[in-house]
Design a protein around this ligand. Structure first.
Ligand SMILES: [Zn+2]
Length: 276
């Protein structure tokens, strides 16, 4: 099914058939890929923005989606974590329930294609809502990844910022549920994520905003573009004159702003696009 709305080409995938690759011939998806290739070729400074959709292709569930952990449990917000030892224990219990899945996940072809674009100097920065560290694992230098929601693959002290590996914390916690405490200052230790009720990281928000304003192409990948303030970035880039490409399994709230929308799997789409 192919709908053409002015400048926007939208492929509506058949939900009964998972798209795992592309056949030869001039199918609609191939025309979209060719268009995406042209847009990428003419860009001098692109920025990539990623959401949960890219990591589900690595087997990490979208915790916010229906059936995800946050729809089954009321999230532990930041104030509760700071106030209550019981809440901190519950926080770590939940963390270690999902820990294995995240630590075993590997970057998928979507992550690797983005890493290749960064290596080629075509993408200046990757802004992500994901906390799994898979962009860094794909080879992108840490300083080119802007993590709006932090990172769950390590912990840090909430008072002094000292970073901690999770493995020793996990071993101790699973033995007697002892809560981690900062060795340097005695502060509370938590995964380096931004919890509900916790302020967005100012430095990261500033950098993300600056990148959105400076880019000539904004690629929004695997995000429903619903969560603010991050979802405001594509609109900001657009206002500053950049092109906007959205790659997502489902439609998003900002499709009407995009120059190109591809509804499909991220890995195969980007892999085919980079096959210049
Ligand atoms: Zn500390």
């Amino acid at each position: 099914m192919l709908k053409v709305i002015e400048d926007v080409v939208l492929v509506v995938p058949n939900p009964k058939r998972r798209m795992t690759g592309f056949s030869t011939g001039s199918s609609p998806i191939e025309r979209l890929i060719e268009r995406l290739r042209e847009i990428l070729r003419s860009s001098r400074r692109a920025v990539v923005f990623t959401g949960a959709g890219i990591s589900t292709e690595s087997g990490i569930p979208d915790y916010r989606s229906p059936g995800g952990i946050w729809s089954r449990f009321r999230p532990i917000d930041f104030d509760e974590f700071m106030r209550s030892e019981k809440a901190r224990r519950e926080y770590w219990r939940r963390k270690f329930d999902t820990h294995e899945t995240i630590m075993q996940a590997k970057p998928n072809p979507g992550h690797l294609a983005i890493a290749e674009l960064v290596r080629l100097g075509r993408v200046a920065a990757v802004i992500t809502q994901n906390v799994d560290g898979l962009h860094q694992a794909s080879g992108i230098p840490r300083d080119q990844v802007i993590e709006l929601h932090g990172n769950t693959t390590y912990a840090h002290c909430l008072s002094c910022g000292k970073e901690y590996d999770l493995e020793p914390i996990r071993k101790t916690f699973l033995k007697d549920e002892r809560l981690p405490q900062c060795a340097a200052c005695g502060g509370f230790v938590k995964t380096a994520t931004i919890s509900f009720g916790q302020a967005m990281p100012q430095g990261e928000m500033r950098r993300a905003t600056a990148e959105a304003r400076a880019c000539d192409l904004f690629l929004a990948i695997g995000s429903s573009l619903k969560v603010y303030p991050a979802a405001g970035l594509p609109a900001l880039a657009k206002q500053a004159g950049a092109g906007l490409v959205i790659i997502n399994r489902e439609q998003t709230d900002l499709d009407h702003l995009a120059d190109l929308v591809v509804n499909g799997e991220i890995g195969p789409t980007l892999e085919a696009t980079l096959n210049w």
